[in-house]
Ligand binder design. Structure first.
Ligand SMILES: [Zn+2]
Length: 506
């Protein structure tokens, strides 16, 4: 007799349905698991036999064969343990227990307790898509699983508890409450001393979804300003949070206190990161930092020091908002729609923008430093912002506005953009393509003249010209100007530091 039990596996950050088929035949005792499982799956036999016996259920005599179907998909991990154990019980001591309305996910310990597994959220999302009414999961995964409100979640701590759920009516786990929005984590722009123009650039970046590069000496406040960006971005909507949460679930990073966070993700990468650490990868591909930053901010510190290959791999995600990885004939796609924020020293010693004579690099070496940044990536950065260190004794800073005040303008500007682009597939000025820029960022005659003069003086390329228009559109939106005004263009021109830097170098 063949028993079927429904379970789920994880491929990338997507759940897939697995049918565990269990057959017990007469013959010498044997326990075989087939169906493209990795080592952890094949070792399930030992765990399941011990778990059953230690929970007081006799292990059946004869040849036990388990097939994890479909056999064409590679399976890994211990998440199939519970389904296989339940299937074996149904063939023997628990024959007659009905499981057709249930799916099972969980790893077993040798004494029959359930251990949490990675990726429960995407597995349950797949269960919901397939209309499965009830799922039994390890107790520690219950809150995460219950985020999918389409199926009832029954948590269990041990194998005997699983049978109690199947034979009596237990109440399902409640759907976790929405966490209260919190903005405490990242600090406030009020705490930043001076650097008002860089804080303003952060506001423009947040409002229009413009990638931004801060250039300045160590200690001038680049990281401090970048790190406070989540505090001026709108919270994630529930839909956005449910796109981001599976990435964290697949990596086992969804903890109870950070369940379905509506806070904007902020991830930092340093030059020693590997390509797979940044964009995802591995023998079974797992998401990288760009996907952990989905719907949030990715901060690249010391951009000029990154390996060129690693940085080039950001081209696809910056263009499409996702990354496709294929490995050993398997193809996975991870979401990666993030705001890129980068920081760099202006030269090897870091002091090129400080007072005259402080930089110890030769003029040639100093120029070379920023040229290391990959051009295709630089092309996707709208704002270049130079910063100077503020001398310690210089006390009279103008105080920066609070993040809350900035955030209100950002939200208003985003609402304007969402309405303006309701018939396009973009939401922010930063994502406009060339034809949209012509349609929506018309500068008018006076502005055009100003732009021409400025671009001739600073050798701004066509691409740079388009970026200035996009940024000016965002500045106008922040000021609630319906048309781009001259002052908007004049401000936008200040954020193209590298155009003039490289043209002087040429
Ligand atoms: Zn220098």
């Amino acid at each position: 007799m063949v028993t079927h039990v429904r379970t789920f596996g994880l491929s990338g950050i997507t759940g897939f349905s697995v049918d565990a088929e269990i057959n017990i035949a007469k013959g010498l005792p044997d326990f075989d698991i087939i169906g493209m499982g990795n080592m952890a799956v094949r070792e399930a036999a030992g765990r399941i036999r011990a778990a059953l016996e230690n929970s007081g259920y006799p292990f059946p005599l004869g040849r036990v064969t388990v097939n994890l179907a479909p056999a064409g998909i590679r399976k890994e991990g211990a998440c199939y343990d519970l389904a296989i154990a339940v299937g074996i019980l149904l063939c023997g001591s628990c024959a007659g227990v009905r499981t057709d309305a249930f799916a099972f996910v969980g790893e077993l310990s040798l004494d029959g307790f359930l251990r949490p597994v990675r990726g429960v959220l995407p597995m349950m999302q797949e269960a919901a898509r397939r209309g499965i009414a009830n799922c039994i999961v390890p107790l520690e995964n219950a809150d995460e699983a219950a985020l999918t409100d389409a199926c009832r979640i029954y948590p269990a701590a041990s194998l005997p508890e699983v049978l109690q759920i199947l034979t009596s009516k237990r109440t399902a786990w409640p759907i976790p409450e929405e966490p209260a929005p919190s903005r405490s984590g990242c600090g406030d722009y009020r705490e930043v001393k001076g650097q008002a123009h860089a804080v303003r650039a952060a506001e423009i970046a947040a409002a229009g979804g413009h990638n931004v590069l801060f250039i300045g000496a160590p200690g001038c406040g680049k990281s401090m300003i970048a790190g406070r960006l989540p505090g001026i971005l709108p919270n994630l909507t529930r839909e956005e949070a449910l796109e981001t949460a599976p990435v964290y679930s697949a990596l086992g990073m969804l903890r109870k206190e950070s369940l379905l966070p509506n806070e904007v993700p902020f991830r930092t990468a340093y030059p020693d990161i590997t390509k797979s650490g940044l964009i995802g990868g591995g023998s079974r591909p797992v998401p990288g930092e760009i996907s952990l930053a989905h719907k949030g901010v990715l901060f690249l510190d010391e951009l000029a020091e990154f390996d060129r290959n690693v940085i080039q791999s950001l081209r696809q995600p910056l263009e499409t908002g996702k990354i496709s990885i294929s490995r050993c004939g398997e193809f996975v796609e991870f979401p990666a729609d993030f705001l890129l924020v980068a920081a760099t020293n202006p030269c090897g010693c870091g002091k090129l923008l400080e007072a005259e004579g402080k930089c110890s690099c030769t003029p040639f070496r100093a120029r070379q430093y920023l040229s290391r940044i990959s051009r295709p990536i630089l092309d996707r950065i709208d704002l270049h912002v130079p910063l100077r260190r503020i001398p310690f004794q210089n006390g009279g800073f103008t105080a920066n506005e609070s993040s809350q005040a900035i955030r209100e303008r950002v939200i208003a500007a985003r609402a304007l953009q969402k309405n303006r682009y309701r018939n396009e597939n973009v939401f922010v000025n930063g994502k406009l393509n060339a034809s949209m820029i012509r349609r929506y960022c018309n500068p008018g005659r006076a502005c055009e003249a100003l732009l021409r003069r400025a671009s001739d003086a600073a050798c701004i390329s066509m691409r740079g010209y388009e970026k200035i228009l996009k940024v000016a559109r965002t500045i106008a939106d922040l000021a609630l100007h319906e048309r781009i005004a001259e002052e908007d263009i004049a401000e936008a021109l200040q954020y193209r530091f590298l155009d003039s830097f490289f043209s002087e170098a040429a």
